[in-house]
Design a protein around this ligand. Structure first.
Ligand code: ADP
Length: 260
C-alpha cells in the first residue's frame, strides 16, 4: 500500500511562547485535493512551515511524528521535487528583475533567476514551454516579474514550483491581495493545473479559494483540527460561524462556495 503523501501524528509546534499547532493528527493520501481552512492565527502558516522545515515539531513525550510518503527524513532537494510549495514570501522573493521564463526555469536550480553556471538542458526548456502553455503565461514570458501585476507574478512562481512535476502543489493564500478579476483568473488556472494531474493542498482563510476540484476541507482553529470532511458536509453556516467566530452565511455557485 502507498503511504500517505502527508502524515501528521500528534504534532505540536511551538513558536516563541505560543503553541501554533496543538496535537495535530492528519493524513492526506497522495492524489487527494485538500483545503486547510482557518481564520488568522489558526496555525496555517505554521502548517506550511513544517513542510518547508522552517518549523519543527516539539517533543511532547508521546509518540508523534510527521512523515512525507512514509519517511520522516528528506533532504531539501528531494523535497522540492516532491512538493511544490508557493508561499507569499516566495512570491515576494521572486519579484525581481528576472523574466517570467527564467523564473519558471529557475525552479530546476532552486534559485531565483538563471545564472551563467546553470546548465539549462533541452528537456528543461521543453518542460518550461509546457508550463507556460498550461498557465497561459506566454505574453509574460519575456517580461520582468517586478514589472508585472501580483496575479501575473504569482502565476509564474506557481509555474516555477511545477517544473519537477511534483506530487502535490501546496499553496498558501493564493489570492491574497488580488482583486476580484485576478482572483477569478488565478482560480481557473489552478483548476487547469489540477485537471492536468497535480494534487493540490490549499491553505486559506477564503472560502472562494476552494476550487470545485477540492472535495476535502480541514478546519484549523487555535492550532487544532476542529473539522475534517467533504465540502458539502463541513461548509455549513453553523460550522463556519463557529470556525470564524462571526455569523456566516454560505452560498454555493458553479461548484464554488462563498461566505458573507
Ligand atoms: P495563520 O497563518 O493561520 O495566521 P500562524 O501559523 O501564523 O497562523 O500563527 C499561529 C500562532 O502562532 C499564532 O498564535 C501566532 O501568534 C503564533 N506565531 C506565529 N509566528 C510566531 C512567531 N514567530 N513567534 C511567536 N509566535 C508566533
Amino acid at each position: 500500500m502507498t503511504p500517505p503523501l502527508l502524515q501528521y501524528d500528534h504534532v505540536t509546534v511551538r513558536r516563541g511562547d505560543q503553541i501554533a499547532l496543538d496535537d495535530i493528527s492528519l493524513s492526506i493520501p497522495a492524489g487527494e485535493h485538500v483545503a486547510i481552512l482557518g481564520p488568522n492565527g489558526s496555525g496555517k502558516s505554521t502548517f506550511i512551515k513544517t513542510l518547508t522545515r522552517e518549523c519543527y515539531p516539539s517533543i511532547t513525550g508521546r509518540p508523534s511524528g510527521f512523515r512525507i510518503l512514509g519517511r520522516d527524513t528528506w533532504d531539501l532537494f528531494e523535497l522540492r521535487a516532491l512538493l511544490g510549495i508557493v508561499t507569499n514570501d516566495l512570491v515576494a522573493a521572486c519579484t525581481r528583475d528576472v523574466t517570467g521564463r527564467d523564473t519558471i526555469l529557475s525552479g530546476f536550480f532552486s534559485s531565483i533567476g538563471v545564472w551563467a553556471h546553470h546548465h539549462v538542458t533541452a528537456a528543461m526548456q521543453t518542460r518550461t514551454d509546457e508550463i507556460i502553455d498550461l498557465l497561459e503565461v506566454a505574453p509574460l514570458a519575456g517580461r520582468r516579474l517586478d514589472e508585472l501585476s501580483s496575479g501575473e507574478a504569482r502565476r509564474l512562481v506557481i509555474g516555477r514550483a511545477l517544473v519537477h512535476e511534483p506530487k502535490a502543489i501546496v499553496l498558501d493564500e493564493p489570492t491574497n491581495s488580488l482583486d476580484l478579476g485576478a482572483s477569478h483568473e488565478l482560480r481557473e488556472i489552478l483548476r487547469k493545473v489540477v485537471r492536468a494531474g497535480t494534487t493540490m493542498i490549499l491553505v486559506t482563510h477564503q472560502l472562494q479559494d476552494i476550487i470545485p476540484e477540492i472535495d476535502r476541507v480541514v478546519f484549523l482553529q487555535h492550532g487544532r483540527i476542529v473539522g475534517d470532511g467533504c465540502k458539502a458536509d463541513v461548509l455549513t453556516p453553523e460550522a463556519l460561524t463557529h470556525l470564524f467566530g462571526v455569523t456566516v452565511d454560505v452560498a454555493r455557485r458553479d461548484g464554488y462556495y462563498a461566505a458573507w
